[in-house]
Design a protein around this ligand. Structure first.
Ligand code: UDX
Ligand code: UDX
Ligand code: ADP
Length: 465
């Protein structure tokens, strides 16, 4: 029979583990939740008024539960030893070297955490794989745990992928489309699955809690992200046709989305998708397909990422072309550095590639983002620098959009922050040399209004009007 979970430990206090387990604590007052991390600064931040991640609604959740049944700590071993259920929610970046470099997931952090569980545990545990990982990782975790476990100490492995999106993490967690739990189809596997399902049932309707086999669960996470990203690449591919023909991508996407078989969501053309998941998960799927000797399948999914690279590059080139084929020495404002609005996260943000493109053309770039710290922007540029141009010399970071746009020959919208809609565009126009260009990479501004002011407006996915 399934056990009743009383103590949960979450290893990894990042974007996934932090919000997910904070919401579990809030919704399950009878369960004690301890979130642990090796990174002391991160844990200190979780224990302060200044949380390490920006997510609407998160502050309130943490404030309500922290100190009652929600704890943040660096004492990983103690939390493991006490827990009956452990979420493993550590980072799984793309491998930078060795076999599968650039494609395969680096499972080093995951394996270290798993080994720690094996070493420290003196009682049975349900171990839940929460990080996005390639298929069959749960099996590897099981092998490690079983090879290192002590007598009387059994481990059941579950896969419970997280589908929350950044910026809406809390509302996604409060009302998920579905919760997916994968387990071995053995007696004890099913019991473990039921124990975790009972935790979610505190607030998620039963018919939204799906229980499947371990491999299906692991593959679903990669498949969901690949299919979401594929929609964006499809619409972005169409946006190029629109620009060349005078069709309008918003009109096309809206009309296509009205077909209930297609659906209306996730069809917004853009400068390209970013974020820590899409590219990483697709490249994982590509690597997996190749390892399984399915080159046609690998090629199919790889095209989604290729199209995304093309879109970022195409948009950057469009800016240069429009500014009479040179931006050398010209001042360009980039509005938005986060990979989408309502997050301070910049991982794989299209802004980074676009900025680097402008730098390679020797432009002077002014960046503004309402949530991303100055330090993070420099870090992103340091990491991606080709050393062709000294970005410290050519980039400056502004405290407001107005300041970033001053004297700019082109204003380039990369992130769809709401505040860009209500800027005093007339005032901005006053401070720009003529002709003044706005490049709307998110199709978010009122083109007619900007044109009325005097701007030349170029958008993704529509010809000149
Ligand atoms: C994604 C998945 O949505 C989520 O289910 C999974 O758990 C993690 O990966 P996230 O990366 O946080 O979440 O953000 P998402 O809203 O999916 O956006 C990803 C990127 O696609 C962003 O750069 C966004 O701007 C872009 N996007 C999204 C578009 O360009 N057009 C769209 O229509 C939707
Ligand atoms: C299609 C479009 O649905 C319709 O809107 C358009 O006007 C004409 O083309 P049709 O070709 O009649 O209609 O059939 P449809 O039901 O769309 O199926 C097309 C093919 O896809 C069939 O071979 C069908 O078996 C296959 N299919 C459909 C799948 O393999 N899987 C699915 O989930 C759906
Ligand atoms: P994600 O987006 O998947 O949540 P993050 O990088 O935001 O990824 O968070 C993962 C966290 O896991 C990091 O804060 C990292 O310090 C932590 N971590 C990695 N390995 C371990 C480990 N063995 N024990 C505890 N914490 C770990």
């Amino acid at each position: 029979a399934p056990i009743t979970v009383k103590k949960i430990c979450c290893i990894g206090a990042g974007y996934v583990g932090g919000p997910t387990c904070a919401v579990i604590a809030l919704k399950c007052p009878n369960i004690q939740v301890t979130i642990v991390d090796l990174n002391q600064a991160r844990i200190d931040a979780w224990n302060s008024d200044n949380l390490p991640i920006y997510e609407p609604g998160l502050d309130e959740v943490v404030k309500t539960a922290r100190g009652k049944n929600l704890f943040f700590s660096t004492d990983v071993d103690k939390a493991i030893a006490e827990a009956d259920l452990i979420f493993v929610s550590v980072n799984t970046p793309t491998k930078k070297s060795g076999v599968g470099a650039g494609y395969a997931a680096d499972l080093n952090f995951l394996q270290r955490a798993t080994r720690r569980i094996a070493e420290v545990s003196t009682s049975s545990k349900i171990v839940v794989e929460k990080s996005t990982v390639p298929c069959r990782t749960a099996d590897a975790m099981r092998t490690i745990l079983e090879a290192n476990s002590k007598p009387g100490c059994r481990f059941d492995i579950l896969s419970n992928p997280e589908f929350l999106a950044e910026g809406t993490a809390i509302s996604d967690l409060f009302a998920p489309d579905r919760v997916l739990i994968g387990s071995l189809q053995t007696e004890s596997g099913k019991d473990a699955c039921a124990a975790l399902a009972n935790v979610y049932a505190n607030w998620v309707p039963r018919d939204r809690i799906l229980t499947v086999g371990l491999w299906s669960s692991e593959l679903t996470k990669l498949a969901a992200n690949a299919m979401l990203a594929q929609r964006i690449s499809s619409v972005n591919a169409l946006s190029a046709i629109c620009e060349a023909t005078g069709a309008n991508i918003d009109e096309v996407a809206f009309a296509v989305g009205k077909d209930s078989r297609v659906g209306a969501k996730f069809l917004k053309a853009s400068v390209g998708f970013g974020g820590s998941c899409f590219q990483k998960d697709i490249l994982n799927l590509v690597y997996l397909s190749e390892s399984l000797h399915l080159p046609e399948v690998a090629k199919y999914w790889k095209a989604v990422v290729d199209m995304n690279e093309y879109q970022k590059d195409r948009f950057s080139r469009k800016v240069v072309d429009t500014l009479f084929n040179t931006i050398t020495g010209k001042k360009i404002a980039i509005l938005g550095w986060a990979f989408k609005k309502d997050t301070g996260d910049t991982r794989e943000s299209p802004s980074i590639s676009i900025c680097n493109h402008f730098l390679s053309e020797k432009a002077r770039v002014n960046v503004y983002d309402p949530q991303v710290t100055e330090e993070q922007i420099w870090l992103d540029l340091d990491e991606t620098s080709t050393n062709e141009v000294d970005h410290k010399q050519h980039v400056s970071i502004s405290k407001s959009a107005i300041e970033a746009c001053k004297d700019a020959e082109a204003i380039v919208i990369c992130t769809e922050w709401d505040e860009f809609k209500t800027l005093d565009w007339a005032k901005i126009y006053e401070a720009c040399p003529r002709p003044a260009f706005v490049f709307d990479g998110r199709l978010m501004l009122n083109r007619a209004e900007l044109q009325q002011i005097g701007f030349k407006v170029v958008t993704i996915g529509s010809g000149d009007v």
